[in-house]
Design a binder for this molecule. Structure first.
Ligand code: CP
Ligand code: NVA
Length: 306
């Protein structure tokens, strides 16, 4: 159970293929209650952006492990008054056992991790959303029984979710195709890293052709066209992203057994239609539930729960 004891999770690329496999196995065992783990530790949630799923799933996961959670909303701490990260990190380090951070710049997360000795978990930055992808991989494995050799197509904005998906798919031996408008591609360094992990075994493909990318794919995935912090651009993006909507027509190009995922929250009628979200191929609600099981496994592994 102690595979990741004391470790940070700042990027999904911090994990090895074996570590991802072990976390997914542990998450499945925890979900089915074949495995029960306990730890009497305290998790802090320092979230500078809104969150429903991540906040609640981390909180419930920690309670179910027998631990406790402190919600460190920046508005009620000195963070919103500009206390430097270096100072906040060194103080929180003295009270907490683990800290999950949702913020804008990956560099700020890195600074927290540099100054806090306790494990720091990326609960979403502009660059990555690793905890989301652990739940996504768990959901895909639940449906297909295994992951290696499957193809996932992500259609939409090359954002934090797309970046972490590339790493996650490469780590578990899945092919990944990212279809975005030109100018909205995923992060170049992370694309390279995913390609290095995938080596010659699987493919990491970037394209602007959503239809071709969807053909024969097993998992069709999307996310909002404008992420948190990009609200001012949302209107301008609508016409650019219109060809990247997951709708019945696009889904008909995928493998017959394909499932549809969305990290949520969704803008129905923009990146995904109501019909597809509520359709028989959607596994979106299982995916949301699995956030809790995957993060419980992550916390248990980092904290050495027994
Ligand atoms: N998918 C996800 O991270 O949702 P929240 O923003 O509600 O946490
Ligand atoms: N890309 C989205 C994900 C929300 C969970 C955002 O960063 O706002």
């Amino acid at each position: 159970m102690a595979a990741l004891i004391g470790r940070d999770l700042l990027s999904l690329g911090d994990l090895s293929p074996t570590e991802v496999e072990e976390l997914l196995h542990m998450a499945t065992q925890l979900k089915s209650q074949k495995l029960k783990l306990q730890c009497n530790k305290v998790l802090g949630l320092l979230f500078s952006k809104a969150s429903t799923r991540t906040r609640v799933s981390f909180t419930v996961a920690m309670y179910q492990l027998g631990g406790q959670v402190i919600d460190l909303n920046p508005n009620v701490t000195q963070v919103s008054r500009g206390e430097p990260i270096q100072d906040t990190a060194r103080v929180l380090d003295r009270y907490l056992d683990v800290l999950a951070i949702r913020t804008f710049a990956q560099e700020d997360l890195q600074t927290f991790a540099n100054y806090a000795q306790i494990p720091v978990i990326n609960a979403l930055t502009d660059l990555e959303h690793p905890c989301q992808i652990l739940a996504d991989l768990m959901t895909i494995k639940e449906h297909f029984g295994s992951l290696a050799g499957l193809t996932l197509t992500y259609v939409g904005d090359g954002n934090n979710v797309a970046n972490s998906l590339m790493l996650g798919c490469a780590l578990v031996g899945m092919n990944v195709r990212i279809a975005t408008p030109d100018g909205y591609k995923p992060n170049a360094a992370i694309t390279e890293k995913a390609r290095t992990i995938a080596a010659t075994k699987t493919e990491v493909t970037l394209t602007n052709d959503a239809q071709n990318a969807t053909k024969g794919s097993h998992v069709i995935y999307t996310d909002v066209w404008a992420s948190m912090g990009q609200e001012a651009e949302a209107g301008d993006r609508l016409p650019i992203f219109q060809p990247y909507q997951i709708n019945h027509q696009l889904l008909s190009l995928a493998d017959k057994q394909a499932i549809v995922l969305h990290c949520l929250p969704a803008h129905r009628g923009e990146e995904i239609t109501d019909e597809v979200m509520e359709g028989s191929q959607s596994r979106i609600w299982n995916q949301a539930e699995n956030r809790m099981h995957a993060q419980k496994a992550l916390l248990a592994s980092i904290l050495g729960a027994e």
